[in-house]
Design a protein around this ligand. Structure first.
Ligand code: FE2
Ligand code: FE2
Length: 175
């Protein structure tokens, strides 16, 4: 057995082979490294702009995670509930990545509501993911710290995958 650690979220995965993507934050395979070479890369000075962008991102992730939890607990369809459970866990992990860079351990206060409707839930998810992709691309460009740029680029790819999942589910449940 080998121990792999994700360079984006810092979580460990144990197995013979590196997984195709981080099972926790969804980062690409290339970010999974052997525990023998992994080191904490989050202890950096942040510029004002990156701090502001990370705070905005943290709010967005906590809000998304609350929304996903609401759908998970509200929607009657098991497949959709489980898809939203997975999305909720990934977004919670993204919030934790941003908190590590901000050196804080509390979530901002947000309340989210949702309805028991599959298409409405997928559309709302899609709207959130599109917004995250747009902002994170901008935040990656604005970051002068290589670590912050790398984190925003890695998480942008994960949110882009969430849009693909939303679209697949939409096609399935609209027909
Ligand atoms: Fe990860
Ligand atoms: Fe996210």
């Amino acid at each position: 057995m080998k121990v792999f650690v994700c360079r984006i979220c810092g979580d460990p995965y144990m197995g013979e082979e590196s997984p195709d993507a981080c099972p926790f934050c969804g980062a690409e395979k290339k970010f999974l490294v052997s525990s023998s070479v992994w080191k904490d890369e989050n202890n950096i000075e942040l510029t004002d702009i990156s701090r502001k962008n990370l705070e905005t991102s943290l709010k967005l992730e906590v809000s998304a995670s609350k929304f996903y939890k609401c759908v998970e607990n509200t929607v009657a369809n098991t497949e959709i509930s489980k898809v939203f459970k997975n999305l909720r866990k990934v977004e919670t992990e993204h919030a934790s990545v941003f908190k590590k860079l901000l050196k804080i351990d509390t979530d901002p206060e947000v309340e989210e509501v949702c309805v028991d409707d599959i298409i409405a839930s997928l559309e709302e998810s899609n709207r959130r993911e599109e917004n995250a992709v747009k902002l994170y691309k901008q935040f990656a460009e604005e970051a002068v710290e290589p670590r912050v740029k790398e984190v925003f680029e890695a998480i942008t790819k994960v949110e882009e995958n969430h849009i693909i999942i939303d679209n697949e589910m939409m096609a399935k449940y609209k027909s």
